[in-house]
Ligand binder design. Structure first.
Ligand code: RFL
Ligand code: PHB
Length: 389
């Protein structure tokens, strides 16, 4: 098996295949330190934690991850908390940075195998309709060919695997968003115990964390914003203005150690497989980060795929591989729906009408006062078990 990409999807799949006794090679275009430092997701659903446990990659997570039993939503002059365990029959989420999950998986992979090649850039995946698809890749300035029984493209939104599939086979459904996020990492203890999502007249803000000493914070900004236009004081002032518009409560400030602007996109490619080539994670779908779903969807895809390959290995049947795409797409579209809903509920369009704002506030009010509305939101935020499919 050839896996293109050593992000969360490719690394987790490699561990799952290894546990099932299936040989694979992982090709990653970047070097190890780049892959381990890329600042991204921070919230793991129960099923993602379970997937990491099942491949023995959760030792550090058990010690260091912060379990969260709720989130806070702020709007107008109100603030309310959604309590996940009581709303969902016991579910919760964990704060554990994607960087840490990737470090844990890379360390295991390099220790136990199968091979993980850094600085190996796939140029193309060819022969999806044949019994032996090939990955053409470059490493150390030379071109190589890896002949496989199966190829899985875990190479993210800008990867090459998807583009190698025959024309007309795939359809991509896509939508942009008229704003972006400025994300910062700060050496400052969070002034809050749980994540705070804020709807404000100045735009959306999110206060998250990486550890009891490190805050992760986001601000809605216009598309095309230059992060250099946001010096530390401006970031802190704007966060305070959006998260605590009536004063009283203030964030703890500290040095900002990283800042970047993240464009937002929603995209789904169907089907997620063709012939002997499969797509998983961001290679097949992107969600806006508001619902914290991207990494969890990637983990769910490869859990379904890992089981399907294990089934093939044990029984010789491709039955679960044949249904991989349809199984995953049900979850993917639910997550797209929730991520878009949460995004449009909390952000401010550049030309938003007063009417649209009133609709947002009515929906937030409903979440704050209706146990049914809150339970549906909490069920989607905490995620459904992969077994449900
Ligand atoms: P990745 O992580 O993009 O990994 C793809 C890997 O493929 C490599 N690659 C290639 N390798 C070889 N040859 C080629 N030609 C290649 N082309 C690419 C790349 O170098 C890379 O290593 O995709 P994967 O594994 O599918 O994982 C997806 C997640 O990374 C992504 O969905 C999440 O980060 C999204 N996301 C969040 N998801 C959550 O579940 N919870 C969150 O709280 C959350 N917060 C976020 C996020 C994404 C964010 N950004 C940066 C958009 C917060 C942010 C700010
Ligand atoms: C994060 O901590 O990076 C994070 C948390 C929640 C989100 C998005 C990102 O909805």
């Amino acid at each position: 098996m050839g896996i293109v990409g050593a992000g969360p999807a490719g690394l987790l799949l490699a561990r799952q295949l290894h546990a099932s006794g299936i040989d694979c090679v992982v090709l990653e275009s970047r070097d190890r330190s780049y892959v381990e430092r890329r600042q991204r997701a921070g919230i793991l659903e129960q099923s993602t934690v379970d997937a990491l446990r099942s491949v023995g990659a959760a030792d550090r997570l058990e010690r260091e991850a912060l379990p969260h039993d709720g989130i806070e939503l702020r709007f107008s002059r109100r603030s309310f908390r959604l309590d996940f365990p009581s709303l969902t029959g016991g579910r919760r989420v964990w704060v554990y940075a994607q960087t840490e999950m990737v470090k844990d998986l890379v360390a295991l992979q390099l220790k136990e195998g199968p091979p993980l090649l850094f600085e190996a850039r796939a140029l193309a995946v060819e022969g999806a309709n044949t019994d032996n698809p090939v990955i053409r890749y470059t490493r150390s300035g030379r071109e190589h060919t890896l002949s496989c029984d199966w190829v899985v493209g875990c190479d993210g939104y800008h990867g090459v695997t998807r583009h190698g599939l025959p024309r007309g086979v795939l359809r991509t459904y896509e939508r942009g968003h008229p704003y972006a996020w400025l994300g910062v990492l700060a050496e400052a203890p969070p002034a809050y115990e749980e994540l705070v999502y804020a709807h404000s007249e100045r735009g959306f803000a999110l206060a998250s964390m990486r550890s009891p000493q490190v805050s992760r914070l986001y601000l809605q900004v216009p598309n095309g914003t230059d992060p250099e236009d946001w010096p530390d004081d401006r970031v802190w002032d704007e966060l305070d203005a959006r998260l605590a518009p009536h004063g009283g409560w203030r964030l703890h400030r500290g040095p900002i150690t990283a800042r970047s602007v993240l464009p937002m996109r929603s995209s789904v490619t169907e089907p997620m497989a063709h012939g002997r080539v499969f797509l998983a994670g961001d290679a097949a779908h992107i969600v806006p980060p508001t619902g914290a779903k991207g990494l969890n969807l990637a983990a769910a895809d490869v859990t379904v795929l890992g089981r399907a390959f294990s089934h093939l290995n044990v029984t010789g049947s491709t039955r679960l591989l044949d249904t991989y795409s349809a199984t995953c797409l049900r979850r993917v579209w639910r997550a797209e729906h929730f991520s878009n809903l949460m995004t449009s509920l909390l952000h401010r369009d550049p030309d938003q009408s007063a009417f649209a704002t009133r609709l947002q506030l009515a929906q937030l009010e409903r979440l704050a006062t209706s146990p049914h509305a809150a339970a549906e939101f909490a069920a989607q935020y905490t995620g459904l078990p992969v077994e449900a499919e």
